[in-house]
Structure formats: structure tokens, C-alpha cells
Design a protein around this ligand. Structure first.
Ligand SMILES: O=C[C@H](O)COP(=O)(O)O
Length: 254
């Protein structure tokens, strides 16, 4: 761990994925109302489906709860039916966007070059890019985890990445939604590699870029995971859908 690693303000981001009708805003309201403006508190963000971005941004305006999106197109506008640009996300009040989530890599064939374009678009629009990387079960079993993660990191992050516009999320694909997590040593090993690579490429800014862990983070395991070296927060899926569970994870950073 670098000297500064644990001084980084943690980020707990909830990825609602394709879950959430308007009624889900009640959960977001409960989360918003429970957060404090204490400077020692973690940054907290909900990334709802695109349909809820604007209402959630209205609901959270002036509060400590930030709003992020789950994907963007690389272009600022144009003939791309069904897509949403980073500028449009910004226009809703979102301040961040997840790019390269393994579900998009798998469902939509998003290879690193495409993820790079989306992260670049996020920066162009003034959004924080939350760039996801992680190995499949087969890659881990073949001993390829560090190679895969290192390669994805190098190829997915734009030149202009820094601690104010970029967050890296390490999400082992096999841990997502399965209740499985890597051992603490395995998480620490991958996060150390990511930190080394970030520092080698981006210098001092690289030592401050937040590295989130994602994959079956729950109230029961959050404290242990969040205490690991170079784990600067969490990207939470299923457990972010219920305010009580998500808030328990937020409190586990204390
Ligand atoms: O983006 C979030 C991750 O895919 C983790 O999802 P999960 O917490 O349901 O395993």
C-alpha cells in the first residue's frame, strides 16, 4: 500500500443494473436522508437505470448522495438509436458513469477499445468514469488474473485519467451476483497490481485514483473487504437495492 492509499476518501457506489421502477426512488430517498455531510464520511453514489437518472438527480440535489449512470456512447450526439451520450447524462444531473462493466462486455461485446472510447467520452463531458475490469472464472483458474486485469487496465484507461475524473472498479466476473468473493489475499494482490500500474502510468495522481472492489459485497463482508490495502470503496450490485443493506455497507467504511 502506498502511504496515501488509506487517506483516500472512500466511494461506495450502488449499481442498480436493470432494476428499479419509479417506486424504487423511495429506497433512494431513505439512503439520501440517512447520509451526513461529515467530511469523514465516504462519498456515496447510486447508479440507477437511465430512466431514473433525472428524477433521482432532482431528489438528491444539494444532498450528499451523488448520481451516476451505467453506460454511455462514445460520441457526443448522432445517429445511434437507443444510445445515450455522456453529455446527455451530464444534462440529467449525473456526475459519473460506469463503463466497461463485465455485463456490458459480455452482453454487448464491449472490448477494451470500446471501453476506452466511453471513458474518454465521460471525461469530455466532465463526468467521472468508473472503469470496470476483472477476470472470468476460467481466467482465474488458468492463473491469468494479473495478466488479464493489467491488460484491461492499460487498454481501458484514457491518457487524461486522474484522481478527479477516474475510478477503477475491480470486479471478478465470477464473484458478481454469486455470493462468492476472492480471498482477502487475492483481493489485496489484484488491488496492489492496479495501484502499481496506476502509479507507473499517472504518477502522483495514480496513487490517489480510487480502486473499488465489486462482486458480492454485502453488509456481512463489507467491513473486512473495505479494510484491505488499496481498497478505496465498493461497487455494490444486489445489496444496493435495499436502503438498509446499502447503508450498512456505507457505514462499514468507518
Ligand atoms: O456493479 C456491481 C457488481 O456487478 C456487483 O454486483 P453484486 O454486488 O450483485 O455481486
Amino acid at each position: 500500500m502506498t502511504a496515501t492509499a488509506k487517506q483516500i476518501r472512500p466511494l461506495i457506489a450502488g449499481n442498480w443494473k436493470m432494476n428499479g421502477l419509479k417506486s424504487a426512488l423511495a429506497e433512494a430517498t431513505a439512503i439520501r436522508d440517512a447520509l451526513t455531510t461529515d467530511p469523514g464520511a465516504p462519498e456515496v453514489m447510486i447508479c440507477p437505470p437511465a430512466t431514473l437518472l433525472a428524477p433521482l438527480a432532482d431528489l438528491t440535489q444539494g444532498s450528499p448522495l451523488a448520481v451516476g449512470a451505467q453506460d454511455c456512447h462514445a460520441a457526443p450526439s448522432g445517429a445511434h438509436t437507443g444510445d445515450i451520450s455522456a453529455e446527455m447524462l451530464r444534462d440529467t444531473g449525473a456526475t459519473a458513469v460506469i463503463v466497461g462493466h463485465s455485463e456490458r462486455r459480455a452482453d454487448h461485446g464491449e472490448i477494451d477499445r470500446i471501453v476506452l472510447g466511453k471513458a474518454t467520452a465521460a471525461h469530455r463531458a466532465g463526468l467521472t468514469a468508473i472503469v470496470c475490469i476483472g477476470e472470468t472464472r476460467g481466467q482465474r483458474e488458468a492463473g491469468l488474473t494479473l495478466d488479464v486485469v493489467g491488460r484491461q487496465l492499460a487498454a481501458s484507461l484514457p491518457e487524461g485519467a486522474g484522481d478527479t475524473n477516474t475510478v477503477v472498479a475491480y470486479e471478478p466476473v465470477w464473484a458478481i451476483g454469486t455470493g462468492l468473493t476472492p480471498s482477502n489475499d487475492d483481493v489485496a494482490e489484484v488491488h496492489a497490481l492496479i495501484r502499481r500500474d496506476l502509479e507507473a502510468r499517472f504518477g502522483a495522481a495514480g496513487s490517489r485514483i480510487r480502486i473499488l472492489y465489486g462482486g458480492s459485497v454485502k453488509p456481512t463482508n463489507a467491513r473486512e473487504l473495505l479494510a484491505l490495502p488499496n481498497v478505496n470503496g465498493a461497487l455494490v450490485g444486489g445489496a444496493s437495492l435495499k436502503a438498509a443493506d446499502f447503508l450498512a455497507i456505507v457505514r462499514a467504511t468507518a
